[in-house]
Design a protein around this ligand. Structure first.
Ligand code: KE4
Length: 456
């Protein structure tokens, strides 16, 4: 923080562990309780939150308000500490407030917050992403995963001259109109079949199939394949909890898109740089025509990106006719944060350790549930994991919906009151970070065992 704070003595407001005083330094009064904070927020923000899943709608109760975060921990305005397995829904793969990320932001911000002109950090981050993800020729930055996905679909429609897209029920690609058809994540959490406000004419152009059901996809392609501009898929479905592709599923989508001239889009907003340095496409060895990214590449700053084959990407303005733009696209501060994060994940042993710790977590959860006689399925890849209250493995959206959601809610709150924070929805997956060390994993497993015993 610079020495000449322009809004009071910010340094006096920098909180120590457990301090309820956020380092806003802006002189804004901080409510003394989560309840007060939530009531105040609801007077000026719909539902008191800026993204629906944060409102605890599915699990019940009121959300806590975060005062600060560091490493694997969050502290709320009352000074209560939580072990955090959301990590801002994925970006914080190196833990909250990592010194190298914070320094990159501070140093770059001191050079100006945004230029609206090209800056070399954009080139640097694009180069890093292309180096890590096989099959990318060009990358364009935007400011969110939603923007990346809707831009990639517009590009696919512009490149093919076709209008239909195919997505998968329970998969979530952000809140772009074309995607809010049988979507996952917050749409699913709120139990909304589709979102009002999406024009029927547009929604009708979005076809949905069941994740992992290649026969269904083949039948759709057989019927209207030559009208399909793009197939967009989460390579690991992380918005209906966590469901991995069955062997051959992704390869089958690749092959059908080749056969019918459709653009194959893999949405790596969540899985990118999380399940492997090159994302799920590297993990499974399937190369799409376009990929979308977000989260980790911004390290908590608003960054999204889409990229892919040169012949397709060159259709994007100013090279081609497909328009896409953004005031803050390629923002230098955000680029610097993303670069710092991508450098951290390339440190020797980063992914091996992350994978091992996440596996250890899942094993501990299974043992705790088993000791309490509770059926639990867990899975993990890299720093991404999921657990289902189910006696049988889950590989479809319908199976995910058939899990014991009520038991999840009880488990969520039994953990929360003990300072352990899972995603407040049975339809979200979890995220670990390099800050989740062995001691924190052990503490998590201990707390979870108590919670399993309590809910029975
Ligand atoms: P954003 O617009 O939220 O940056 O990214 C949209 C998006 C696109 N694709 C995938 C696979 C995603 O998971 C997301 C966003 N993920 C959710 C969590 N499941 C963000 C959390 C929220 O909506 O508050």
């Amino acid at each position: 923080m610079n020495s000449t704070s322009h809004a009071g003595d910010a340094s006096s407001r920098v909180p120590g562990p457990g301090s309820p005083v956020p380092a806003s330094g802006l002189g804004c009064p901080v409510p003394a309780s989560n309840k007060e904070a939530f009531l105040a927020a609801q007077t000026v923000i719909p539902g008191g939150v800026n993204s629906p899943v944060r409102a605890f709608t599915q699990v019940g109760g009121d959300p806590f308000f975060v005062a600060r975060a560091e490493g694997a921990y969050l502290w709320d305005v009352e000074g209560k500490r939580y072990i955090d397995y959301i990590g801002s829904w994925g970006p914080m793969i190196a833990g909250h407030a990592h010194p190298k990320v914070v320094k990159a932001v501070q140093d770059t911000a001191a050079l100006g917050m945004s230029y609206g002109c090209p800056n070399t950090l954009e080139t640097d981050l694009a180069r890093e992403i292309i180096k890590l993800v096989p099959g990318l020729d060009l990358v364009r930055f935007v400011s969110s995963g939603t923007e990346a996905c809707l831009s990639a679909v517009r590009l696919a429609r512009g490149y093919t001259g076709r209008e239909r897209i195919l997505k998968f029920a329970g998969c979530y690609h952000g809140h772009g109109d074309s995607f809010l058809v049988k979507a996952g994540s917050g749409v699913l959490t709120l139990g909304l079949p589709n979102s009002p406000g999406v024009p029927k004419a547009l929604a009708d152009l979005t076809m949905t199939a069941d994740f992992n059901n290649l026969d269904q996809v083949r039948a759709i392609f057989k019927e209207v394949g030559h009208e399909i501009a793009a197939v967009i898929v989460e390579p690991i479905a992380g918005n209906m909890n966590m469901i991995t592709p069955l062997p051959g599923f992704l390869e089958g989508l690749r092959s059908l898109c080749d056969d019918y001239g459709s653009v194959f889009i893999i949405d790596e907003v969540m899985t990118g740089f999380r399940v492997a340095p090159g994302g799920a496409q590297q993990h499974y060895g399937v190369t799409p025509d376009l990929s979308t990214f977000g989260k980790v590449i911004g390290a908590g700053m608003p960054v999204g990106a889409y990229g892919g084959k040169r012949e397709i990407m060159e259709k994007i303005a100013p090279l081609g006719p497909v328009y896409q733009a953004g005031t803050l696209s390629g923002n230098p501060v955000a680029m610097a944060a993303g670069l710092a994060n991508l450098q951290l994940i390339q440190e020797p042993g980063f992914f091996e350790t992350l994978e091992a710790r996440t596996r250890q977590l899942c094993k501990g959860l299974e043992e705790g549930a088993s000791a309490a006689g509770i059926p639990l399925q867990t899975l993990s890849i890299g720093g991404m994991f999921g657990f289902f209250f189910s006696a049988t493995p889950v590989s479809t959206f319908a199976q995910a919906q058939a899990c014991d959601i009520e038991r999840f809610k009880r488990f969520f709150h039994a953990c929360l009151k003990r300072g352990l924070y899972w995603a407040p929805s049975a339809y979200e997956c979890g995220f670990t970070s390099s800050a989740h060390d062995e001691a924190i994993i052990a503490e998590t497993v201990r707390i979870a065992a108590e919670a399993f015993a309590e809910i029975g």
